[in-house]
Design a protein around this ligand. Structure first.
Ligand code: SF4
Length: 144
């Protein structure tokens, strides 16, 4: 979906990125940090996010937003809280990432801290952010 800005000039709807909360593990921190890097620094205007808890609570505005946007979900483990909550809210999941897959692909990086990102956690968040930015470009390009 694209929004008309002015004559002959259209603005495409941002891709929504939804990281899981992952409290108590570094996985959630990596997912959230990567999301903010993409929304704020790498692809501002092309990517947006919202708080997953709003979906869990059944917030109508949040549900409408995921249902009318292309959504990328990021989960820390196979329980897939982000994906499940977006699907349960009739959201449109078009791509999914798992932080555990990222750890498998980068075995030399071992984040240990859970309350903040240590050096390896930061490196993983940057790698994930680059992958997300690439996917956002692809999805925006495909949008009419
Ligand atoms: S997907 Fe895993 S890490 Fe993320 S919130 Fe759910 S249980 Fe926690």
């Amino acid at each position: 979906m694209s929004l008309r800005k002015s004559k002959g000039d259209t603005v495409k709807k941002p891709i929504l990125i939804l990281p899981c909360s992952g409290i108590g593990k570094s996985f959630g921190s990596i997912a959230r940090d990567a999301t903010f890097r993409v929304c704020d620094e790498l692809r501002p205007g092309k990517a947006d996010t919202l708080c997953l808890s709003l979906l869990v609570m059944g917030d109508k505005e949040a549900r409408n937003k995921v249902a009318s946007s292309k959504c990328i979900v990021i989960d820390g483990c196979p329980l897939a809280c982000s994906k499940n909550n977006v699907v349960r809210s009739e959201g449109n999941v078009v791509a999914e990432f798992r932080v555990m897959d990222l750890l498998r692909e980068n075995r030399g990086l071992k984040p240990k801290e859970v309350t903040f990102l240590d050096e390896d956690g930061e490196k993983l968040a940057k790698i994930l952010a680059d992958k997300l930015a690439e996917k956002v470009d692809e999805l925006v390009e495909e949008s009419p």
